[in-house]
Design a protein around this ligand. Structure first.
Ligand code: SAH
Length: 539
């Protein structure tokens, strides 16, 4: 591109990139503009010009979008927690729906439309878990965008007020007793993170993550936290003495109260230990699981496999409406929670395996399990090829895929299609308002043999690009009907053509499954087709 770094251009923003940045075009190439909204005309300052794209920032908005708003947080956009506070929530939802659509279309090769996006009733104060990084100062808050500098944040619009109060008490205790923060570069010091999880009832559980097995002034800390938040149920110390950016340590010691929190979700009760995964937005998680359940189409008899099941949320929601449900999860503490959750809710038809999803799926496939529905809810990296392979082997009628990353979902949708699963329906659910993240739930279903053939025929007919080749099929059909009074399908014609050594489209009649029942051309029709091929001088 001829344009250079530090030059300024008025650019019309045409859409959004995957993080919500505006995208414009300059000299035929994409320019990513942070903080610009779709439809706006902006004076853009180019910060970086690459070979195929450029990056810039907004100098001035010349024509603002009605979707623009004044950010309602004093730490935006320096703080890395939120990315979309310069947009109205309606604009944010439109961006997120489009993000999912683009990924399924461009990466997944899907031609359908995302049905819609389920927005949150309240886009603020939804997070039920906060992990505050701690630094000298003391600073207890959030990382600056794309950095590990800590911004001290007395409040955050994403967190409940209980977390605000507990964080304040923790910081005051640190300051009053001069407790050192951990310095990750030097691998010295003590306090690494402060963790708060809050339930629907407003009860909280705190954890201090420290580079040490004990804290000075532990009793004073417990007292300060209990005073700040009467609904506190426990304070836990998590010991993390490793040089890592993994937040939680491997060992825990209870300083006061209990080391878990209970919460209700979809009418079930869950026990949450500190390291267990639990969706951070409870209200929207209920919407998400409700849609996953609807996509599963359960009648009470089915066998369901739930891979990446965590503490068994989706497994138990599905078990209530199925014959049997099997969950698989890699973290032992989460599996223990899942088993305890099944017992506590009196769910007797759910079992849990502690294993890697790929290994668990392959093992279930080896045992000959034929579930009706497989649900997967993997982390951002999506599912591995072994999981795809095991799904295809177990051959469920439906696959429900819950995803927190539309790009890896797109990739997996493509892989599953190669295994005979077609994307039927996709919906986005906004679990992370004001951030660039979005959740998606999709339904894929297995092509049955009959549909399989039909689809292959259609694909093949598209393969026959020469008009005359297409006409030939129709001519053969008409000839056979007129001369012999027999109706023949394109499938039969292709079978006979192949027998005669003629070229046919690649997809014809080659079932991808060994046990697929492909109808074979009866001898009488075969003879008639051979006559027609001779008539048209093809043989
Ligand atoms: N379905 C659950 C959890 C989803 S989060 C819920 O909605 O609450 C993804 C889960 O996958 C986490 O619990 C994580 O521990 C687990 N996980 C990550 N990698 C895994 C793997 N390779 N095999 C099995 N589980 C895995």
């Amino acid at each position: 591109m001829a344009a250079k770094k530090n030059e300024r251009y008025p650019l019309r923003i045409q859409g959004y990139g995957s993080a919500g940045e505006g995208v414009a075009r300059l000299e035929g190439q994409a320019v990513f503009v942070k903080g610009a909204l779709r439809g706006e005309l902006c004076q853009v300052h180019l910060l970086k010009v690459g070979k195929t794209a450029a990056w810039g920032k907004v100098d001035q908005v010349l024509e603002p979008s009605p979707g623009r708003q004044v950010p309602d947080c004093p730490r935006y956009p320096q703080c890395g927690g939120c990315q979309l506070r310069h947009m109205t929530y309606a604009e944010e939802l439109a961006f997120k729906r489009q993000k999912v659509q683009d990924a399924l279309q461009r990466i997944g090769g899907w031609e359908g439309e995302v049905t819609g996006i389920h927005g949150a009733k309240d886009p603020d104060r939804y997070r039920n878990k906060i992990q505050f990084p701690v630094a000298e100062g003391p600073k207890v808050g959030f990382f600056r965008a794309r950095s590990h500098d800590v911004i001290d944040a007395p409040d955050c619009l994403l967190q409940p007020m209980a977390a605000t109060r507990l964080r304040g008490a923790f910081r005051d205790w640190m300051a009053a007793h001069h407790i050192p923060a951990y310095d990750e570069k030097a691998h010295r010091g003590l306090l690494r993170h402060f963790y708060v999880r809050t339930n629907r009832k407003g009860q909280s559980l705190c954890a201090v993550i420290a580079n040490g097995e004990a804290l000075p002034q532990e009793a004073a800390l417990v007292q300060a936290l209990r005073q700040a938040e009467p609904n506190l149920v426990g304070v836990v110390l998590s010991v993390n003495q490793e040089k890592t950016n993994v937040i939680l340590g491997k060992t825990y010691r209870t300083l006061w109260g209990q080391d878990y929190l209970e919460d209700t979700l979809c009418g079930l009760e869950f026990r949450l230990s500190v390291p267990s995964f639990y969706q951070v937005n409870r209200e929207q998680a209920e919407v998400l699981y409700g849609r996953a359940l609807a996509f599963a189409g359960l009648t009470g008899r089915e066998t369901v496999v739930d891979l990446y099941c965590g503490i068994g949320t989706i497994t138990l929601v599905m078990a209530r409406q199925a014959g049997r449900a099997i969950g698989a999860e890699v973290i032992p503490a989460a599996v223990e929670d899942a088993q305890a959750n099944a017992r506590r809710n009196g769910v007797e038809n759910a079992e849990f395996l502690c294993a890697d999803a790929g290994q668990a799926a392959q093992e279930l496939a080896r045992r000959g399990l034929r579930p009706d529905v497989i649900c997967v809810d993997p982390p951002r990296k999506g599912i591995s090829p072994e999981v795809v392979e095991a799904i295809v082997q177990m051959a469920p009628q439906r696959v429900v895929y819950v995803s927190c990353d539309p790009a890896t979902l797109g990739r997996d949708v493509k892989r599953l299609r190669e295994g005979g699963y077609l994307l039927q329906q996709a919906e986005a659910v906004d679990l992370f308002p004001r951030t660039g993240h979005v959740e998606t739930v999709v339904l894929l279903s297995k092509l049955n043999t009959k549909q399989h053939i039909e689809v292959e025929l259609n694909l093949d007919e598209l393969d026959l690009t020469a008009a005359e080749s297409k006409a030939t099929y129709d001519k053969i059909k008409a000839y056979v009907l007129e001369k012999y009074g027999l109706k023949v399908s394109s499938l039969y014609i292709s079978q006979v053509k192949r027998k005669c050594g003629l070229d046919v489209g690649q997809n014809y009649n080659l079932s991808k499954k060994e046990d697929a029942k492909v109808p074979q051309c009866p001898p009488e029709k075969e003879a008639a087709i051979i006559e027609a091929l001779k008539h048209f001088r093809m043989i």
